[in-house]
Design a protein around this ligand. Structure first.
Ligand code: UT7
Length: 328
């Protein structure tokens, strides 16, 4: 039975830490150049959380803005999902800290799907709304991923940044909202992108710290190829569910890992560059916060307008990937 309503994003918010880390500053830390970083990744600068800020602290102002923009109060929320790969602690979840800071009383859990986290969480929220179980779900993508970077590894330290974005998902009766979602994963390729230690496989020890196993490890070039292939495939899958074509997309909001990946995805899809939203130059890769912050900026600057077909697409560690087709 089809639900009489869709799940729609009714409020968005974002928070970027004040501290801007430029390529020129990274030149002083590792053997790299502003030129290399700009031409190979498109990144000019990224944000870094203040030492006292944990992931739930970045999530809070983003969530407050999204709730206000939805015309709600924290008490109206039925569920909070925080997509993150850098929670405040292993447990309690960042979402429980966020729930307390917001003064909300609903259920709350974290969702771990690395850079695809927001796409996954959005799809979970969609299920809760369309099934009629909940009326208002807060979905946050928030990361303090720079805490897990090896500042001696030039292959990764130039890429990542901290930030948070939030969306309130509610019922929509007028046809707009999420039209289709698609999620994918391949656990056989988990070693391509991981933080090996700190979990039950390799618990924290003097050895694990000394050997740098609490930092992000990434096989960049392998990931690059998979990213292009899976994002192209995920976009086509959500369009097919609604019998739409690539040419119907008004705005593509891809995970912001590397400008060259975004260009390659655009080429494969044969979508004009001006329809692909890009902010990787200012924030780098903010993992699960990337797509929601990009959507926030696209809406705020009028790039995305009422009635537009918007496709959100992401990929990341797991490996995971996912997409959502939204009629704005
Ligand atoms: O959210 C998902 C997470 N990550 C991604 O999606 C990342 C996907 N991968 C990438 O974006 C790219 O593979 C990177 C940006 C990570 C690397 O770019 P690349 O064009 O694939 O470079 P590469 O790893 O093949 O390295 C080429 C050269 C190497 O030197 P040699 O061996 O050719 O002499 C590297 O050592 O570039 C060198 N290199 C650097 N040079 C200056 C690697 N990192 C740097 C650096 N500065 N920061």
């Amino acid at each position: 039975m089809t639900a009489p309503y869709r799940a729609a994003i009714t409020g968005l918010g974002a928070y970027l830490p004040e501290r801007i880390l430029t390529n020129a500053e990274i030149e002083k830390i590792v053997d790299t150049t502003d030129e290399w970083i700009r031409t190979r990744t498109g990144i000019r600068e990224r944000r870094v959380a203040a030492p006292e800020q944990a992931t739930s602290d970045l999530a809070l102002p983003a969530a407050q803005e999204a709730i206000k923009n939805a015309g709600l109060t924290p008490q109206d929320l039925d569920l909070i999902i925080v997509a993150t790969t850098s929670p405040d602690m292993i447990f309690p979840s960042a979402s429980c800290y966020l729930q307390a800071k917001l003064g909300a009383t609903c259920g709350a859990f974290d969702l771990a799907a690395a850079c695809s986290g927001f796409a996954y969480a959005l799809s979970v929220a969609e299920g809760f709304i369309k099934s009629g179980i909940y009326k208002h779900v807060l979905v946050v993508g928030a990361e303090t991923i720079t805490r897990f970077i090896d500042w001696k590894d030039r292959g990764t330290c130039v890429l990542f940044g901290d930030g948070a974005g939030a969306a309130v998902i509610s019922r929509s009766m007028d046809g707009h909202g999420i039209l289709a979602s698609y999620l994918g994963a391949d656990g056989n390729q988990s070693e391509i992108l991981q933080i090996p230690a700190g979990g039950s496989r390799i618990p924290p020890s003097a050895d694990s710290v000394a050997s740098g196993q609490h930092y992000i490890r990434m096989a960049g070039p392998e990931l690059f190829k998979i990213a292009v292939k899976t994002m192209d495939q995920a976009v086509r899958k959500v369009l097919a569910q609604e019998n739409l074509q690539v040419s119907d997309i008004n705005c593509l909001i891809p995970h912001q890992a590397n400008n060259r990946i975004l260009q390659a995805v655009a080429d494969r899809l044969e979508i004009p560059a001006e329809k692909v939203f890009i902010n990787v130059d200012r924030y780098g890769n903010m993992s699960s916060a990337s797509t929601v912050v990009a959507l926030y900026e696209a809406v705020k600057t009028g790039v995305v307008k009422k009635g537009d077909y918007v496709v959100l697409v992401a990929f990341g560690g797991g490996l995971t990937w996912g997409a959502s087709l939204i009629k704005w």
